[in-house]
Design a protein. Structure first.
Length: 84
């Protein structure tokens, strides 16, 4: 741990343990499904009422964050299992 880093909390450790115990491809698929469902729900509920409607900034940020996580998981999956 670098000098400027804070120790992780028990909740952060639990999240890391879940991620470490799952395959990156599996986590990627879950996030992909979640993102697709979110976008489909927006399209179904928002665009049917007003074709000019658009997602809020908060929604777009959430979608972008999900895509960033998916990009990281894709890179991990390409690396393969750790050597050793």
């Amino acid at each position: 741990m670098r000098h400027s880093e804070q120790p992780i909390t028990p909740a952060q450790r639990a999240l890391l343990d879940i991620c470490a115990g799952a395959d990156a491809s599996e986590l990627y698929r879950h996030l992909s499904t979640t993102l697709s469902t979110s976008i489909q729900n927006f399209n179904r509920h928002s665009l049917t009422d007003d074709l000019r409607s658009s997602p809020t900034e908060k929604t777009i940020e959430a979608w972008y964050f999900t895509l960033e996580l998916m990009e990281c998981l894709h890179a991990i999956a390409l690396e393969g299992p750790p050597a050793g």
